[in-house]
Design a protein. Structure first.
Length: 498
């Protein structure tokens, strides 16, 4: 059976953003449910899919989204959103299942976490327990469900891969928690997507969970050692320290890798459990082609190749960081009458607008922020210490940006190619902040281009006002230097091209 009408939730996330084009290429029709549809606007597949506004935590928004759907993919969870996330996950799953039944959906497909076969659900880490409970809710519902259970997903940009990559690359000698000796069965993201797409055509009578994994069963220590080999690094020395708890481990992971503590802690807690597939029954419904499932070393090599070639289509940070602000730009009418601080800069640039735009769009990540690197680094470290994203999330692509991309501790809120880049801050602040970078044509009769830069801050309470006035003396150095250096970089780039 082909040509299903598919609803994909979580399309702004790591797996969902990769699943949509796979479903389209397989001949299915896709509708994406997103709280912020604008984040999907610049994806290469956006013109081929229907995008609707909705939220799985708001049942009323699911009604229209489910209409005419055959297969509904549930790829959302409340990982790292603080206390109460388990009840939020349960409520969202029940509402989704109820709406699917009402709309006549033929099948629900859910990607959950692999759990130990000999351990009761109540004994699992909160993260794995929530994943397991959501799967049980779907299997007990009236709509047939396929629940895929995976452990560590290996692919360019996945949170699990980023943890493994940065820990191994940055620490030739590691003092590690005891969970590095726990066995797990990693799986390549390509195989996860293959199973998800194949689940759309399962027979109606199938209503069960399937364990999915690669051909290798490894400890996390073995995974780090094999990563070093595949990446061409010297052998790593790993020393286990039993007293490193998941809480302490999450701080350690947060300091060494780009993965913030809010996400690192549930991932570290899950690694305490041995997660190995109990069966490979999925192959009876989604047959394995030659060479699949992909071996661990090959999955690593594929992920590293995509990073080198700058072809990372989605990253773990594609989804918004838990707790980060998601409010629209403060020029919306709802903000009328509120306090809004601004810092505005404007410079004439002896370079064409397109040369200036290339510098603007290339900002952040390895290219930096063109001003006082130490100040940006310190601000990033302070943000990490209070559980924020920090400045090390980098970029998905070294040269191109799209709406929804994470960019260090910013997120791209709007981009008008050649003209405007608007970033929304996802650092921990007593208020909301944006940064706008403009590349404008010159005034009539003049040559070159005009660079305009605007920082905006909407304070929350007295602390917000105090924050702005405490940092404003440094704006001339940070924002003024940034504007001047961007202008110079554009002029140098144009001179070099000529």
């Amino acid at each position: 059976m082909t040509g299903q009408n598919c609803l994909v939730t979580g399309a702004t996330g790591y797996i969902g953003g990769r699943l949509v084009p796979e479903l389209l290429d397989a001949g299915h029709r896709v509708r994406c449910l997103a709280r912020t549809p604008e984040k999907l606007r610049d994806h290469p597949w956006a013109g081929r899919a229907e995008i609707v506004r909705g939220d799985v935590t708001d049942p009323s928004s699911l009604d229209g989204a489910m209409t005419g759907i055959d297969v509904a993919y549930y790829l959302v969870h409340s990982l790292g959103t603080g206390s109460g996330f388990e009840e939020r996950d349960r409520a969202a799953a029940r509402a989704f299942a109820d709406e699917a039944r009402t709309a006549g959906v033929r099948r629900i497909v859910y990607l959950g976490g692999l759990t130990p076969t000999d351990m009761p659900v109540r004994a699992l880490s909160p993260h794995l327990r929530s994943r397991a409970e959501v799967g049980e809710i779907f299997l007990a519902a009236s709509v047939p469900a396929t629940v895929l259970r995976a452990a560590v997903v290996i692919g360019s940009g996945s949170a699990s891969f980023e943890m493994l990559r940065y820990l191994t690359e940055r620490l030739p000698v590691m003092v590690t928690p005891s969970w590095v000796g726990t066995r797990c069965q990693p799986i390549a993201v390509r195989d996860v997507l293959r199973y998800l797409v194949g689940s759309a055509d399962m027979p109606t009578e199938v209503n069960r969970a399937f364990d999915i994994g690669g051909p290798d069963v490894l400890t996390y220590e073995e995974m780090m050692c094999r990563y070093a080999v595949v990446a061409g690094l010297p052998a790593r020395l790993i020393l286990r320290v039993p007293m490193l708890t998941p809480r302490l481990s999450s701080h350690w992971i947060g300091l060494v890798t780009p993965v913030p503590r809010a996400l690192a802690r549930p991932l570290a807690e899950s690694l305490r459990h041995e997660v190995v597939c109990a069966d490979h029954d999925i192959a009876g419904y989604v047959p394995d082609p030659p060479g699949a499932p992909i071996p661990f070393d090959e999955a690593l090599a594929l992920a590293l190749r995509r990073i080198r070639e700058a072809r990372v289509t989605t990253r773990w940070s594609s989804a918004s960081l838990p707790g980060a602000p998601s409010d629209p730009l403060s020029t919306d009418p709802d903000w009328a009458g509120g306090s809004l601080y601004t810092d505005e800069r404007e410079l004439a640039v002896e370079a064409r607008p397109e040369a200036l735009w290339r510098v603007v769009e290339g900002i952040g990540g390895e290219n930096g922020w063109y001003s006082f690197p130490l100040a940006w680094a310190i601000r990033g470290w302070l943000d990490r210490l209070v559980g924020g994203a920090g400045i090390r999330r980098g970029r998905r692509d070294a040269a191109r940006l799209r709406v929804g991309d994470s960019l260090d501790f910013w997120r791209v809120e709007e981009i008008v190619p050649g003209r405007l880049l608007r970033l929304r801050a996802e650092m921990r602040l007593p208020g909301l902040a944006w940064l706008e970078l403009h590349s404008d044509p010159p005034a009539p009769g003049e040559s070159g281009s005009c660079y305009r830069q605007r920082a905006l801050f909407h304070p929350r309470g007295l602390l917000g006002h105090m924050y702005w006035w405490s940092v404003s003396p440094f704006h001339a150095v940070v924002f003024g230097g940034m504007a001047r250096n961007i202008a110079r970089a554009a002029e140098r780039a144009q001179d070099g091209a000529e």
